[in-house]
Design a protein around this ligand. Structure first.
Ligand code: CA
Length: 711
């Protein structure tokens, strides 16, 4: 209590001092971020009013001891306030709350500060990204959150910058470019701050980049250290980075061929970086290979370190400590970037310091974080690629043809993962981890011929129609339907000690939101269908729900202002599934995203919502040749489908531009809509190929019109 009393006095004094300086900030606690230092972050678990880091505490358990909202009064939980955002693109951020002020990022790496009790917007910051950078975002122009430290708010931007803002008014203090902006790097992750260093990784392994994580001085923005996760071109010599020794001694010998660096090798650190305050180590979750297909990346052999690994480094120097590789020789887009969560568990009667991860590959890993040795691993979702994980070697026992080396293979989970970036939570009270889990299968095959398209998707894996395989229907249409029928989601309550599912809520679609666990015996999760829901943490009984009219992906938070507990979440559908997969029910224009906050007896109202139906297909009556349509088919699946197959971006079959050859060329070749994220494709497509795409999409539009009962 003493520490808190002292802190609140400090805050009050600072607020007075600031008022004297004429900052115009009279909101209580508006300068709380000035007080956030290492001690505050290390004590975040007992700081019940606040949500100080991406996963609340350094351990990232997303658990709160608050019980004012609990399983007996949850029926009275109602909207306190809502803030409408400026776009319908995906919202993935977990907000931070410091002394009554909420700091969050939104799509396109914008930042805002909001009064956490009223929803009043205090300030907004727009990093002024080049909109055409949206074309380099594999998985939407999302941003997963900010970090706070000593008066500043830090955000990574979609064009690869790291920016420090003044927490009082959102003005820029410094910015630094963290990537080679000529390459298809992006940033979507939330920065983490450890001892005056702000840690940031990057994304882009689907398109072709080399992954690394960097530490910058929080005060000046100067690079302190960098750790590359995969080897570069040996002809370029050492990187002069903290990783040099580990790359040469440990990683490079596990790569083969004479061009594994051609597409950067991948290994991006795009989401999870966690500081272990007890062991003073930084744990880094490393992503997939570039290209995915190991055959085209490393002659189909080698472990290809540190792909799909959790790497421990010294937070002060970036020097390697240990690693554990989830998928040696990664070839499916099975990343180890998913949330790393720290805990102390009692296993076989002994206290163990563990990290837990539910990576894409469907196994739940409990790892000794003192040395990186595997303790246990069992499936938390259906999978067909491995017999299990060998506890002696820590390596998976892969099933025959899991690597699709002997022809196409139907594998689940697909690269979308049995769990993606959506945060999971852990309640020490129930001993359960709450995982937003998914089922999604894909037919993997070699891309033939293997072609590299610089700056575009380069996986080396075929995304075409599912091939004939034993157990699947004979027709392409039948196989498509069979695969679609496998697509499901669930909220899994998992016992990490016993390695078993305790309860599960089945959902009819994947890509549901992150979870929050509270001591009020509650688990919160938003759904892809816009419901924000609460379940009893011990038994999984549905206790409450609220319809937001936007798919919810982000992780919810809880905090307390003036003695009242709030639950808040960002709503707004998007991300990779939002862009690349059709949904059966989104026959409407996506509404702008929201921040919503709830409390007992809240009297807030959602902004008015009227569903806007999608435009009817209006294809051109021009006749196109079969050759044009075939060309368009090829290029549509090479360049367009990854962003235009879901409800987030325009369904090209419904585009008014289909009837206008010139306007189509203006957009596709000349980049007329570049600021909206539709970059010019002049570097990849000749005008006649773009015209072929119009021919192909026009044909698809005619089919869709028929399907919808039009003429
Ligand atoms: Ca990936």
């Amino acid at each position: 209590m003493k520490r808190h009393a002292a802190r609140f006095t400090m805050v009050a004094l600072t607020a007075l001092a600031l008022a004297g300086c004429g900052t115009g900030k009279d909101e209580a606690g508006a300068d709380g971020v000035a007080q956030i230092d290492q001690a505050r972050l290390e004590n975040a678990a007992s700081d019940q009013d606040n949500w100080l880091g991406y996963g609340r505490t350094y351990a990232e358990q997303r658990y709160s001891e608050l019980t004012q909202i609990n399983d007996s009064n949850i029926g009275q939980l109602s909207l306190a306030w809502a803030v409408e955002l400026d776009t319908a693109r995906g919202q993935e951020a977990t907000p931070i709350v410091v002394d009554g002020v909420m700091y969050t990022s939104t799509a396109w790496s914008k930042v805002m500060a909001v009064d956490a009790a009223t929803g009043k917007v205090l300030w907004q910051f727009d990093p002024q990204n080049d909109g055409s950078k949206g074309a380099h975002a594999c998985c939407d122009v999302v941003n997963r959150g900010v970090a706070v430290w000593k008066g500043r708010v830090y955000v990574g931007t979609i064009d690869g910058r790291l920016i420090a803002l003044d927490a009082r008014d959102g003005s820029k203090v410094w910015e630094v470019v963290t990537v080679d902006q000529k390459k298809p790097y992006t940033i979507t992750m939330a920065p983490r701050v450890v001892r005056d260093k702000v840690i940031i990784g990057n994304s882009g392994a689907e398109l072709g980049v080399r992954g690394y994580v960097s530490a910058y001085d929080t005060n000046t923005g100067k690079l302190v250290w960098r750790f590359y996760t995969v080897p570069g071109n040996p002809a370029d010599g050492p990187d002069g980075a903290a990783s040099d020794e580990a790359i040469e001694k440990i990683a490079r010998p596990t790569w083969f061929g004479n061009k594994y660096w051609e597409l950067g090798g991948g290994g991006t650190v795009w989401d999870s970086v966690v500081y272990d305050q007890e062991l003073n180590q930084l744990l880094i979750g490393v992503g997939n290979g570039s290209p995915w297909n190991q055959k085209y990346r490393s002659e189909g052999k080698g472990d290809n370190l540190f792909l799909s690994s959790i790497v421990s480094v010294d937070p002060d120097t970036g020097k390697y400590k240990w690693h554990y590789q989830i998928n040696p020789g990664e070839t499916w887009d099975f990343t180890a970037t998913q949330q790393i969560m720290l805990a102390d568990l009692t296993i076989d009667g002994k206290p163990r310091k563990v990290l837990m991860q539910a990576p894409k590959n469907a196994f739940f890993y409990v790892i000794d974080r003192t040395n990186g040795k595997l303790i246990s691993a069992k499936p938390y979702a259906p999978q067909n690629w491995a017999e299990g994980i060998d506890l002696k070697t820590g390596r998976p026992i892969e099933k025959p043809n899991a690597r699709f080396t002997d022809g196409p293979a139907l594998i689940y989970p697909s690269g979308i993962g049995a769990h993606a970036w959506m945060p999971m939570s852990y309640s020490p009270k129930t001993g359960l981890v709450y995982i937003p889990a998914m089922q999604h299968a894909i037919a993997y095959g070699d891309q033939k011929p293997y072609e590299i398209h610089p700056g575009r998707w380069n996986t080396g894996v075929s995304f075409l129609d599912p091939p004939a395989l034993p157990g699947l229907p004979d027709t392409v249409e039948g196989r498509r339907k069979a695969l679609d029928a496998m697509i499901k989601g669930s909220l899994v309550a998992y016992d990490p000690v016993a390695q078993k599912i305790v309860w599960e809520v089945k959902r009819d679609w994947p890509w549901n939101g992150g979870t929050l666990a509270t001591a009020g015996n509650l688990v919160f999760e938003g759904t892809v269908r816009g419901e924000f829901e609460a379940y009893s943490a011990d038994k999984g009984q549905k206790l409450w729900s609220f319809q937001t009219h936007r798919g919810i992906m982000a992780g919810p938070i809880t905090y307390r202002v003036n003695g009242e507990q709030y639950i808040a979440v960002m709503a707004g559908y998007g991300g990779s599934m939002g862009m690349a997969t059709k949904s059966a029910w989104e026959k409407r224009k996506m509404p702008n995203g929201l921040i919503v906050a709830f409390k007992i007896g809240g009297k807030g109202q959602l902004p008015a919502y009227t569903p806007v139906p999608l435009a009817k297909p209006d294809p051109s009556t021009e006749s196109f040749t079969a050759a044009q349509i075939a060309t368009g088919n090829k290029y549509y699946y090479t360049y367009c489908t990854i962003c235009h197959n879901g409800p987030v971006n325009p369904d090209l079959r419904r585009s008014a531009l289909l009837k206008d050859k010139d306007a189509w060329q203006q957009v596709v070749i000349k980049g007329a809509l570049a600021q909206n994220g539709m970059a010019s494709f002049a570097a990849y497509l000749k005008p006649e190929e773009a015209e072929g795409i119009r021919a192909f999409v026009n044909q698809q539009a005619k089919d869709l019109l028929k399907e919808e009962g039009g003429e």
